[in-house]
Design a protein around this ligand. Structure first.
Ligand SMILES: Nc1ncnc2c1ncn2[C@@H]1O[C@H](COP(=O)(O)OP(=O)(O)OP(=O)(O)O)[C@@H](O)[C@H]1O
Length: 619
């Protein structure tokens, strides 16, 4: 319906609605032909829009709107004065960049909501009905409050966006996952390996011998799957040809690893051989975790807990400095953090062992921290580092030779699982002493355990003692389940903190869901507004339903203050888009740029115009 077309105003009986086709001077476009009811007080509010107008329009009166004109939405009267002097701080200019003050749907109101800061449409006043829909619990309880009692802008901002820490972590991860290597590094790598392209090294040297995998030359790269666009982590074993005589057994173990899904294990996706690097390389394809850092480099890379002249044993570097000297410089990790690590790693081992597999690479260089690495504080349990075992399955291929074929696979699996538990004990020892060399020599274990008894609970000492006490000659076997009673109720604490984190992430997600919805609305509106032509009609976007949407666009974005400055308020934009989205019955006053046309229209009508215009575009 073209609301600006006078032909729409039919003569005859009055319709049972209030007229909204009045011009800025308060005179109805259709004069005495108007089919709608005119209320006596209309001139009053029009004078409120525009102070220069002559208010003497007795024969074209309209429904009184003065309450909402002065800033009330949803039946509340904040009574904001036209000069804005008494408006709450958060409703004034300069709010645009800081966040928002009034997202959300208005409550049902038959009165048009007027922007009280706009000289054309009145000033905007903040009311409790203008709240973000997703901020329900945060400010929902303030629904009955007036504008003046709303909290200041800065304290409201977090209610509308995801928490800053998560936002920053995600942005950093995204940036790192998009980084491309310097040209020099890129030259050494092939352009394509199987379906993987854009190879980026994840470690400084591409040809260093691995401390974990029997000094094999290994390199780790990020690559993009050319078919899906997803990033993966490729671990390359240089110049390695798997022993084909054991191919069946090797394939079986790779398949088992591919089927093992656990939140603390880096997922193995594929294993293949390639000549793309100019040799016979074996490639393990794992899930890629942007910004992953090894436990080794996070906790043991500084001078206080590792030595610059270190060598290595079982993947752990050993220090040349006297043990006592190292201890005096070292700050111990908080006990809850150590238990957190124990729960995560034991959970991964439990899943691995119950699949008949063994990790065999359980050392700090093969445990990666994939999130939450900024916090080691015991107080902030929700930010504990998230650990994942990486490099799983490599040893199954590396040692899949005569050693395996001459032994019973079941006996072997049990042997390697016991080795895993011993490696776990050593890992707990280095974490509890915060000394990477404390596990290297069996002789120093006793001293380390004494230190642990002095600094930590007896449970922690017992757990480490139990894991380290495995002796292959003793004939006794340990299982990962044995340590569950030692973890005890700490498990529930961890579970609770995970649930809490889950809740807060869901809350953040719902906020971003809202933001995504608003973005989609804006995209659709942008495709309608100012379209040069549609179906050979150059005036398509200027007429009919589109004209209303054009005025609505101006209402959203192009308002200005009394002194002619742009009125920028994110809250105004988002709250009105939300009202459009739900088709709220609340009415607003749209004014043409030349101020000759003033239309009062509900969001429900705008929504109908919006949908029909969009449908026209899609035909
Ligand atoms: N799945 C993964 N996603 C992202 N980064 C990873 C992944 N696995 C390993 N990395 C990163 O790759 C780098 C190299 O890992 P690697 O396991 O080779 O450690 P390393 O200390 O070099 O051990 P090694 O002595 O065996 O070479 C580390 O920075 C690690 O954080």
């Amino acid at each position: 319906m073209d609301l600006t077309n006078p032909m729409n105003a039919l003569n005859g009986a009055k319709k049972n609605s209030i007229c909204r086709y009045f011009a800025s001077d308060g005179i109805c476009f259709y004069g005495s032909d108007c089919q709608f009811w005119h209320n006596n007080n209309t001139h009053h509010q029009n004078s409120h829009h525009n102070n220069n107008h002559n208010n003497n329009h007795s024969q074209h009166s309209h429904r009184p709107l003065n309450t909402s004109m002065s800033g009330s939405v949803g039946g509340q009267t904040s009574g904001a004065p036209t000069d804005g002097q008494h408006l709450p701080q958060e409703s004034r200019l300069s709010t645009y960049m800081n966040g928002t003050n009034n997202y959300g749907y208005g409550t049902d109101s038959s009165l048009p909501a007027m922007d009280s800061q706009n000289p054309r449409t009145g000033r905007k006043a903040i009311t409790s009905s203008n709240t973000h829909p997703s901020s329900g619990s945060a400010i929902g309880g303030q629904q009955q409050q007036t504008a003046q009692s709303l909290p200041p802008m800065a304290s409201l901002a977090p209610n509308y966006f995801m928490t800053d820490a998560i936002r920053q972590e995600l942005i950093r991860k995204l940036n790192v996952s998009q980084e491309m290597p310097s040209n020099e590094m890129y030259l050494e790598l092939p352009q394509v390996v199987d379906v993987y392209q854009d190879l980026v090294p994840l470690e400084p040297s591409l040809v260093s011998p691995s401390t974990t995998f029997n000094d094999m030359t290994c390199s780790v790269m990020r690559a993009t799957n050319s078919k899906t666009g997803q990033h993966y982590c490729l671990r390359r074993l240089h110049s390695f040809q798997p022993n084909s005589s054991n191919a069946k057994q090797m394939i079986a173990s790779i398949e088992s690893w591919k089927k093992l899904f656990h939140s603390n294990v880096v997922q193995l996706r594929q294993v293949f051989t390639t000549k793309a690097f100019g040799d016979n390389s074996l490639i393990f394809v794992y899930d890629y975790h942007s910004m992953a850092n090894t436990l080794m480099s996070h906790y043991f890379s500084n001078s206080s807990n590792t030595s610059s002249s270190s060598n290595s044993m079982n993947g752990y570097s050993t220090s040349s400095r006297p043990y006592s000297q190292q201890q005096s410089q070292r700050k111990l990790l908080p006990e809850p953090l150590i238990w957190n690590f124990i729960i995560q790693i034991s959970s991964a081992l439990r899943a691995i062992h119950s699949s008949g597999l063994s990790c065999r690479a359980l050392d700090p260089t093969k445990i990666i921290i994939t999130s939450g690495s900024c916090s080691t504080s015991a107080n902030n349990s929700q930010e504990y580092p998230r650990l994942r075992l990486s490099g799983c399955g490599v040893f199954d291929v590396l040692t899949n030779d005569s050693f395996l074929t001459t032994n019973n696979p079941k006996v072997l699996a049990q042997h390697f699982q016991q080795e895993d538990l011993l490696a776990f004990g050593k890992l707990c020892l280095v974490l509890s002493t915060n000394n990477i060399s404390s596990a290297a020599q069996r002789d120093s274990w006793q001293t380390s355990l004494e230190l642990i008894s002095r600094s930590y609970s007896p449970d922690l000492r017992s757990l480490i003692y139990y894991l380290l006490s495995y002796n292959s000659n003793s004939g006794t076997t340990h299982t990962i389940n044995d340590i569950m009673p030692m973890i005890g109720a700490r498990f529930y604490t961890q579970l609770d903190s995970l649930y809490q984190r889950d809740d807060s992430l869901l809350e953040d997600l719902s906020k971003e869901l809202d933001n995504g919805r608003v973005l989609r609305l804006l995209i659709k509106l942008g495709t309608i507004n100012e379209r040069p032509e549609l179906q050979l009609d150059p005036n398509w976007s200027e007429t009919g339903d589109r004209y209303l949407l054009k005025l609505f666009r101006d209402y959203l974005f192009h308002q200005f203050t009394d002194d002619g400055r742009p009125w920028l308020d994110l809250g105004h934009i988002v709250s009105n888009l939300n009202k459009l989205d739900v088709g709220s019955p609340e009415k607003i006053c749209l004014v043409s740029r030349d101020e000759q046309n003033i239309l009062i229209v509900s969001f429900a009508e705008l929504k109908r115009c919006f949908e029909s215009s969009l449908n026209e575009l899609m035909i």
